[in-house]
Write a protein that binds this ligand. Structure first.
Ligand code: NAG
Length: 459
């Protein structure tokens, strides 16, 4: 498909998205570029002092929100289609198209935020950032091991902004609260979440995502953030690493002293990797970053202390560069994982007809110790991770009500269908990893670095 028709897709995407709310418009900048305008009409009310007035504003917001949701849905779909067509092409003309796409993405992101604001029923004049910073504040350092496991109902502070006592508001408030699916509420935890016990078990429940950081540029739409479950000096379990993975030559590995610094965006060190990174499959384990070299099936072990690549090893028959990716694409063909048992790699081969293959690796040599072939088609799942030698797959990267739908147990070579709720809050989850030291799931969902509580039952 030629560039001209690609451009036509980009433009028609905007034209067909023109609805009542929000509105889009396109103008040509003269050099053939599309200029997009994305307008989210703001309800007329400036203040929310009067109960009746506020109630009207809130109902308006609810209506707008419903309308917006549909628009965003179809826009997102078309954007993904466009992304698929762009594929790996990188010349001057696709570059221009990419810039357009990036612009559109930013606007979509802005609309998402607006939508979140509407959903939370905030006063129209109330400029936000509140949502994320509140979440960040809540997840302070001592909360790292004890992240809030319930979605908060609108807080008293927020509610008081509306400043009214009418029964109308009560109705509305309960409407907002009933949007929290009952299944998301945590079963009572007797342990208090101290994560002391190394006890293994089967995954039973995943909590709400808690946001710790948000990338501020397009290069951070996808990425990977990691902690080392078995650190070696000079690193500790406090350290956090991050790689933004949008781009063609990804070599920067950012290091943060602790969660506090990570949340503030203060890096303590930036490593320049000798080989570029492919996608979001990397992991940190025992002082090394394990990652897939760009456009290859080569696995690399980069030791952070010496800042050198200690081991390079081709993963036999592994598909790469979009042959067997996860459903969201992004060249997620080869995915490292770490659990209580050690280092793994999740991939597929043509011998396995695209089904997920799991290999246990020797972390010092990257030799394959043992391999399991599952019956789960890799392209059909959004992501996967391993806990206690059991592989879990997620059915969607974009659905907010996704499900962990399948488990493959390497201890017994058996598989099992599951239906564990998993929320993709920001609707584009590009990385999901388990951390056995924290007993948490770390993920990168559409610019946002999030963490999930989990609950295991005895195997
Ligand atoms: C499971 O499969 C692996 C790899 O094919 C094999 O080595 C192992 O013996 C099997 N284990 C059981 C319990 O069947």
């Amino acid at each position: 498909m030629g560039v001209t028709s690609l451009l036509a897709i980009a433009c028609s995407l905007v034209l067909t998205a023109r609805g009542q709310s929000p509105t889009f418009s396109r103008t040509s900048s003269g050099d053939g570029r599309c200029m997009y305008s994305f307008t989210v009409p703001s309800p007329a009310e400036e203040r929310c002092s009067e109960p009746g007035e506020a109630l009207r504003a809130v109902r308006e917001l609810q209506r707008e929100r419903a309308a917006q949701r549909g628009e965003l849905e179809s826009m997102g779909q078309r954007l993904r289609l466009l992304e698929g067509r762009l594929g790996g092409r990188e010349d001057a003309e696709t570059g221009k198209l990419r810039a357009d796409k990036a612009d559109l993405l930013r606007r979509l992101q802005a609309a998402e935020q607006e939508n979140a604001r509407l959903r939370d029923g905030r006063c129209p004049g109330h400029r936000d950032s509140a949502r994320d910073s509140q979440q960040l504040a809540r997840g302070g350092r001592q909360d790292f091991f004890n992240v809030p496991s319930r979605k908060r109902a609108p807080s008293g502070r927020e509610a008081s902004k509306w400043n009214f006592e009418s029964t109308g508001y009560q109705e509305l408030k309960s409407e907002i609260i009933t949007e929290i699916p009952a299944s998301k509420l945590a079963p009572q935890s007797e342990s208090g979440g101290t994560s002391q016990s190394p006890d293994c078990g089967m995954l039973e429940w995943v909590g709400e995502p808690v946001t710790f950081q948000k990338a501020d540029s397009i290069v951070g739409r996808y990425g990977v953030w990691m902690k080392d479950p078995e650190p070696v000096p000079p690193h500790s379990t406090e350290h956090i690493w991050r790689i933004n993975t949008v781009g063609t030559d990804i070599r920067q590995l950012y290091e943060y002293q602790d969660l506090d610094q990570f949340m503030k965006g203060h890096t303590s060190k930036v490593y320049l990797l000798p080989e570029p990174v492919e996608s979001t499959g990397a992991t940190v384990y025992r002082g090394s970053l394990y990652y897939q070299k760009r456009k290859s099936r080569t696995l690399l072990r980069f030791e952070m202390k010496s800042e050198t690549i200690l081991v390079r090893k081709d993963l036999a028959n592994a598909g790469y560069r979009g042959v067997f990716p996860y459903s969201w694409g992004g060249y997620t063909d080869i995915d490292f994982a770490v659990d209580e048992l050690g280092l793994w790699v999740i991939y597929s081969t043509s011998q396995a007809y695209g089904a997920i293959v799991i290999s246990k690796l020797d972390p010092s040599t990257l030799e394959v110790e043992q391999t399991w072939a599952t019956a789960i088609r890799k392209r059909a799942v959004a992501n996967s991770f391993i806990i206690c030698g059991v592989l879990y797959t997620i059915n969607s990267y974009s659905n907010q009500n996704a499900v962990i739908n399948f488990a493959y147990n390497t201890n017994t070579n058996s598989s099992k269908a599951l239906a564990i709720q998993f929320e993709n809050r920001y609707r584009y989850n590009s990385m999901v990893d388990y951390n056995p030291a924290e007993k948490k799931i770390l993920a990168w969902d559409n610019f946002n670095m999030v963490m999930y509580d989990i609950k295991l039952t005895k195997m």
